[in-house]
Ligand binder design. Structure first.
Ligand SMILES: [Zn+2]
Length: 290
């Protein structure tokens, strides 16, 4: 909210402001995940891979379509920044903004992480959230947001004039570069806005600014996903730790995060198939002769 208003309200301002909102994207026609099938499949899980993410660093992991993965809090309250790509195609990546438009500001069980254009398909579906009890608090805060972006050295430099090299953006860049063999500069363009796992955020009620507060996550809590397509993931253990005070520095207490990848009994997934990319024709109303 701006403190200085340059224009007087028109005579019918109250009437214009009193119009009731409508939901931008009613989700009645959104393809629904079969949560009962996922619930059955998750009873059959076999652990096949474990990846540790060190504090103020990031690690990559791979999850085949039809498998599950968990991001787990270990040792202490810690926030994680999650990027997802289609394995083998870095151009298809998580689209935080459209996911927010479809599912709201914070994600939980049953919500999906959608890829960007021209793909726009579910990359992963959240199947369990041990923090689902939190809901929204009195400040309007909740966990697992898609409203923040990722802490980055550019904004930090803009605001402080300082260089800091272990922001989530840089952590994700280093981890993806090591995985792909691309240079840091090439890799950086593939790093994108994240799902802020375990982070507790919202907008202040007076100034509508983005805020964070200490994450309610405790060791043993986890967020679980079903991989709808073959995934390459990268997770950064944010230098903000539980994000109770500041990020983009070495001040906060930071802890590792753990990623576990699980294979379900394939018989339990009967009837499920990996989603296709968007069915839009791609014509964009092209004019003849263009
Ligand atoms: Zn961060």
């Amino acid at each position: 909210m701006k403190l200085i208003r340059q224009n007087r309200a028109p005579a019918d301002a109250d009437a214009r402001k009193a119009i009731k909102p409508v939901i931008c994207y009613p989700v009645d026609t959104l393809p629904k995940p079969d949560m009962r099938l996922y619930a059955t499949a998750r009873e059959t899980l076999e652990l096949i891979d474990t990846v540790i993410v060190e504090p103020r660093d990031a690690s990559v992991f791979r999850v085949p379509a039809g498998h599950f993965f968990r991001i787990i809090s270990v040792e202490g309250a810690q926030v994680g920044d999650l990027d997802l790509w289609a394995a083998g195609n870095l151009d298809e990546r998580f689209y935080s903004g459209k996911t927010r438009a479809l599912h709201g500001t914070h994600l939980s069980t049953g919500d999906r992480m959608w890829s960007g254009f021209p793909y726009l398909r579910p990359m992963a579906t959240i199947t369990w959230d041990t923090l689902d009890w939190y809901g929204f608090d009195a400040d309007g805060g909740s966990v697992h947001d898609v409203i923040g972006t990722r802490c980055d050295p550019y904004t930090h430099h803009l605001l402080s004039g300082q260089d800091y090299h272990h922001c989530c953006h840089s952590n994700l860049t280093r981890a993806l570069a090591a995985e792909t063999g691309l240079t840091l500069q090439q890799t950086e363009t593939h790093v994108h806005d994240v799902l802020n796992v375990f982070m507790c955020t919202g907008f202040t009620q007076d100034t509508h600014q983005y805020f964070m507060k200490a994450s309610p996550v405790r060791p043993g809590d986890y967020l679980e996903f079903f991989a709808e397509i073959d995934l390459l993931g990268a997770l950064s253990a944010c230098p903000g730790g539980d994000c109770s005070a500041e990020h983009s520095s070495d001040t906060a207490a930071c802890y590792p995060l753990k990623v576990e990848v699980y294979k379900p009994d394939q018989k339990a997934l009967e009837g499920w198939c990996s989603p296709d990319s968007s069915g839009y024709s791609g014509g964009h109303g092209e004019r003849p002769g263009c």
